[in-house]
Design a protein around this ligand. Structure first.
Ligand code: ZN
Length: 88
């Protein structure tokens, strides 16, 4: 019940930004995976060190909102998504 609205969203970015085309202006193209960590936790749900990740300001506004920002919906980390889904 209290999991979805108490997580920090963290973006794992591509190590190098490779511009494929001039139309590629979507920041989402640079995101490799979107991870989730419980607030104050030393690791993401899938065990990554959050210091290597980019904090995302997005927060679910209510527990029935998706934990992942809609803009990065397809980039949800499968492990984090599964863990959040199982506990939610
Ligand atoms: Zn993850």
């Amino acid at each position: 019940m209290n999991t979805a609205n108490s997580v920090t969203v963290l973006l794992e970015l591509e190590p190098s930004t490779e511009v494929i085309g001039s139309q590629e202006i979507d920041i989402g193209a640079r995101v490799r995976w979107v991870h989730a960590a419980h607030q104050g936790a030393a690791r993401t749900l899938c065990g990554l060190d959050p210091r290597g990740l980019e904090p995302e300001r997005y927060r679910p506004s209510s527990p029935d909102q998706p934990w992942c920002p809609p803009a990065h919906h397809t980039r949800r980390c499968p492990a984090c998504d599964t863990l959040l889904g199982e506990t939610g």
